[in-house]
Structure formats: structure tokens, C-alpha cells
Design a protein. Structure first.
Length: 225
């Protein structure tokens, strides 16, 4: 029985590692990743793209296939540098989603709504020497603050997106938007799987990211002892 359990455990670990590595490869290549959360939470999927790899084409896909509310997930340090305060004083969101005031690039945009304009805004916000003065408020990109310890602190898409970017060796910043069906309802279950298959996108869950991080950090701790 113990041998069977060990084999099953190894297979599970390989499967998890495969899913995570496919997602990280997509992040590095600038391809979207479909990130699903827990069934007892939102039970929804977001398209996630590394912020530094965002293109007009991938932004257009987000706008076309998702809710249209394009969010930029950032660390608290970046948001502090950009002087972006919380959207509201008292956050009454069911899951504590940490929106800040919305933003627009001050240079290089027209109305701010087009895919190209939104990409310009994202790039302005994540530039190495970006300053508060580079951004107008409000705008058509909605920053979100990720918790410092990622999905190990809060099991949200915001944290999952930033964790994926960081794990991929990229800036800890990602763009996301909630996946929807053509009739305006939220994509779930088989609808998510079908969308990912049509567009050949990797699918990963928040639970996968948390499990992988736990395993990796445990391995590092064991090596350091």
C-alpha cells in the first residue's frame, strides 16, 4: 500500500509540475494563461498575461473575450511608488479585492479605451522608473494590490497572477480580466475548458500555484538546513 501511495504521490507531483511549467512558459512567451479559482470562492476564470509581455493583440483578446474590466495586478511597493491609493476608504468587497484608483497614461493615448491605449497605460505603470506623474487618474486600467505573500496569504486571482509572473522570472506585475461567455454570463466548468482548448491556452488553478509554491519553498528550506 505504501508503495502504491508513493507512486500516486509522485504522479500527482509530476502532473502539478507540468501544469505549472506550462503556465510559466506561456507567461514568458507573452501568451495568456487561464487561471481558475476555488469552487467555493468565485468559481470563475481569469485570463492572465505577464504585464511586461502584454501586446495589443493579447489585450484585444482580453477585451473581446472577457468582461472588459482590465486589471493590472501590482505589488504594494509599486503602488506606493506610483502613489495609487485604494479606490475606497472602506473595502466592502466580498473577497476584499484591493482596487486602487484607476489610471491612464498621460502620454501616448487618445481616449484610453482602445487596446493600444490600454497597453500604453500598462507599460507606463510598470516602467522601471515610472512615477506618479506619468499617470492620469481616473482611467481605463484598474490596478489591484497583491498581498505580499501571494496565494499563500490570499487565494485570489490578483495574488495568483503576480505569483506566476514572479515565478516566471518576470516583473511581479500581471494583467487580468474575467472570462465570460458570449451571452454575458461568467464562464465556468466545461465552458472554461472549451475556451482554453480552442485558443490552446494552459489552464492552472490557484490551488496549483499554492501547492507548487509550498513544495518549492519546503524544498529550499530543507536544503538550507
Amino acid at each position: 500500500m505504501s508503495n502504491l501511495f508513493a507512486l500516486s504521490s509522485q504522479q500527482t507531483h509530476r502532473s502539478l509540475t507540468g501544469r505549472v511549467q506550462r503556465a510559466l512558459s506561456a507567461m514568458r512567451d507573452g501568451r495568456p494563461v487561464v487561471v481558475v479559482d476555488d469552487l467555493d470562492r468565485e468559481d470563475e476564470a481569469d485570463l492572465v498575461i505577464a504585464a511586461e509581455r502584454i501586446t495589443v493583440e493579447s489585450m484585444a483578446l482580453m477585451i473581446r473575450e472577457c468582461s472588459g474590466i482590465v486589471c493590472l495586478c501590482l505589488t504594494g511597493e509599486t503602488l506606493q511608488r506610483l502613489q495609487l491609493p485604494p479606490m475606497v476608504e472602506r473595502n466592502e468587497s466580498r473577497h476584499g479585492t484591493a482596487f486602487t484608483v484607476s489610471i491612464e497614461a498621460k502620454v501616448g493615448v487618445t481616449t484610453g479605451v482602445s487596446a493600444a491605449d490600454r497597453v500604453t497605460t500598462v507599460r507606463a505603470a510598470i516602467a522601471d522608473h515610472a512615477r506618479a506623474e506619468d499617470l492620469a487618474r481616473p482611467g481605463h486600467i484598474f490596478p489591484l494590490m497583491a498581498r505580499p505573500n501571494g496565494v499563500l496569504e490570499r487565494r485570489g486571482h490578483t495574488e495568483g497572477a503576480v505569483d506566476l509572473a514572479r515565478m516566471a522570472g518576470l516583473k511581479p506585475a500581471a494583467v487580468l480580466c474575467e472570462l465570460m461567455n458570449e451571452d454575458g454570463t461568467m464562464a465556468r466548468g466545461a465552458q472554461i475548458v472549451r475556451f482554453a482548448a480552442i485558443h490552446r491556452l494552459p489552464v492552472i488553478s490557484i490551488a496549483d500555484i499554492a501547492a507548487y509554491r509550498c513544495a518549492q519553498e519546503l524544498a529550499v528550506s530543507a536544503t538550507a538546513v
